[in-house]
Design a binder for this molecule. Structure first.
Ligand SMILES: NC(=O)c1ccc[n+]([C@@H]2O[C@H](COP(=O)([O-])OP(=O)(O)OC[C@H]3O[C@@H](n4cnc5c(N)ncnc54)[C@H](O)[C@@H]3O)[C@@H](O)[C@H]2O)c1
Length: 539
């Protein structure tokens, strides 16, 4: 049994693998753990999504990557390196399937994890594509600014956002809300989680006192100041108290992890007590967590009745509480149907890149290239300006930048050329969240309420992954998360070679193209226009 270690991604020009493609993948695995919320347990985020099945598996993966040739492909199954096969230089160096079980076995997933047969992959955890809270920052910003445009005349200045969950992903909320101009209050019972967001520049202030939190937020609202406040507390308790005081936020959402066996904390317990009960009496913990989730959701619905704009931010709270009998929860909309789907119709989504050398100046150089490639009124330029001001790097320097069809490949090829010419100091890895236009089926999130009723058709992520392999991505992953979602991810390494240039072009065009086509097939007019404009698909 190997003991847990403090893993950091290697920086610099020294290769441990037989090529930069393998080395970049290894550094991204290490980077996941460097940025993870509970790395000793190999947990990256959501309280349960893991980078490898065990530390022994981690070691085996590292050894396999170090020995992998430019003409070999490593096969990983749910966080375990299984075998490598002779393929060819244009093939992926790593392919993986994580967390997949057939439908009738979905409710046995936890038991299968306990037996060491599978793992919870999350989206970017087991595919080694996590870049810390920044990975979800722009999507959260687009949702908040979408709410501003639709309901508040284009700005959240002088508006309040109430939310909960300040973890790996939820921790993007305070900064995204601040970037959109709002006064944000985020509630989390784990002080250390809020402190981590303060330390990384994602949250401005921390308090354990509700009166103080409300005072700060109300002052910021009245002066039109953008501010984020983390309050140590339980959302079910705090929200109920805020309702009793007549506090009505302009926007209410949340991003706690709703899984009692993950890290959801019931009312009346400290996080440590909840963790202990998870071990000693998981049934009792689940019962208490369910009661708390119901109170939490009822409070959100009550805020909505009192005039707040309320939506779910992708954590499954509606489904969970509806399953517990609160059917009204399903009437709440999600951020995807309210704000994000039009982006998906353009093939636009959470594209991102990492400086594999660890050189921050490479990210700054790419920021500059974006200004040269895209017109000054393209939204990416405004985003980069804000990101440069607000985002502190975590782990390997990285940038999230929502780009669409034709745009990702244009940037990718230009960056590869810049690597070749020495304008950049080292290779760059391009990847994305699985929460993207053509790479996921998730019936209560990305594909909820599709126009043609195709919400649960899971052919699309599989096609996405097959196409990424055909184009020659460096890493391709197919994931399932319990019984509600199936997704695909890919990573492409710009090492400056001609082959990389061709692979990046084909993989990125395929990735966004299949996204446009998924939405065109579903009958979205905007996607149909894109299909015609980009000459995708058939008449
Ligand atoms: N919308 C998206 O794009 C998106 C993307 C990724 C993840 N998610 C979902 O968001 C959820 C959170 O993800 P994460 O990575 O931040 O998880 P995480 O486990 O890192 O953080 C969850 C946080 O919720 C807090 N929490 C637990 N009980 C609470 C309570 N009663 N009141 C207030 N806070 C409480 C925990 O202390 C923890 O800090 C997951 O369910 C995940 O699936 C959504």
């Amino acid at each position: 049994m190997t003991v847990a270690r403090n893993i950091k991604a290697q920086r610099g020009p020294t290769l441990r693998c037989k090529g930069w493609r393998q080395e970049a993948i290894l550094r991204m695995l290490e980077n996941n753990l460097e940025n993870g919320e509970d790395p000793e347990r190999l947990v990256i985020y959501t309280g349960s999504a893991k980078a490898a099945r065990s530390w022994d598996d981690f070691d085996r993966i590292v050894a396999a990557l170090k020995g992998l040739e430019e003409y070999e492909t490593l096969v990983c199954q749910s966080g375990r390196a299984i075998a490598k096969f002779h393929t060819h230089p244009r093939a992926p160096r790593v392919i993986m399937a994580n967390g997949n079980v057939v439908g009738r076995w979905a409710d046995r997933h936890y038991e299968l994890q306990q037996k060491g047969l599978t793992l919870r992959p999350g989206m970017t955890a087991a595919a080694w594509q996590y870049i810390g809270s920044q990975g979800i920052l722009q999507g959260t910003y687009q949702s908040f600014i979408g709410a501003a445009e639709r309901f508040f005349g284009g700005t959240l200045r002088g508006r309040t956002i109430l939310t909960a969950g300040c973890g790996g992903m939820g921790g993007a909320q305070p900064l995204a809300g601040k970037m959109a101009g709002a006064a944000v209050l985020v509630v989390d019972p784990r002080r250390a989680r809020i402190q981590r967001r303060i330390d990384t520049g994602y949250c401005d202030r921390l308090t354990e006192n509700l009166d103080e939190a409300v005072k700060w937020v109300e002052t910021a609202k009245s002066t039109g100041t953008a501010l984020s406040v983390g309050l140590v507390g339980n959302a079910a308790e705090v929200h109920t108290e805020l309702l009793a005081r007549g506090f009505v936020p302009d926007i209410v959402t949340d991003q706690v992890s709703v899984d009692p066996m993950g890290n959801y904390v019931p009312v009346g317990m400290t996080p440590e007590e909840a963790d202990a009960l998870k071990e000693s009496d998981p049934k009792e913990l689940t019962r208490r967590a369910h009661e708390t989730l119901l109170t939490h959701m009822r409070a959100i619905l009550e805020f909505e009745k009192r005039g707040s704009i309320a939506f779910e931010y992708g954590n499954g709270l509606r489904l969970k509480t509806a399953d517990l009998g609160l059917k009204e929860a399903l009437k709440l909309e999600s951020f995807v149907t309210m704000f994000i789907r039009p982006f998906f119709c353009d093939g636009v989504g959470p594209f991102r890149w990492l400086a594999i050398s660890g050189e921050e100046s490479d990210i700054a150089e790419i920021d500059g290239m974006i200004g040269e490639i895209f017109s000054s009124n393209h939204p990416i330029n405004h985003w980069i300006e804000m990101a440069r001001k607000y985002v502190h790097f975590q782990g390997l320097p990285a940038r999230i930048g929502w780009l669409g069809h034709g745009e990702r490949s244009k940037l990718g090829v230009a960056v590869n050329e810049a690597v070749a010419r020495g304008r950049l100091k080292g290779p760059i890895a391009f990847t994305r969240d699985h929460l993207d236009s053509g790479s996921v089926t998730s019936i209560y999130r990305e594909t909820e309420r599709m126009k043609d009723g195709s919400d649960g058709i899971s052919d699309w992520p599989i096609l996405n992954a097959l196409l990424a392999c055909s184009g020659g991505a460096d890493l391709v992953a197919v994931h399932s998360n319990l019984d509600i979602s199936s997704s695909a991810g890919q990573t492409c390494v710009a090492d400056g070679s001609q082959l990389a240039s061709e692979r990046i072009r084909d993989v990125l065009n395929g990735d966004t193209g299949i996204g446009v086509m998924r939405h065109a097939e579903a009958g979205y007019e905007r996607a149909l226009e894109n299909k015609r404009q980009y000459e995708l698909g058939f008449e």
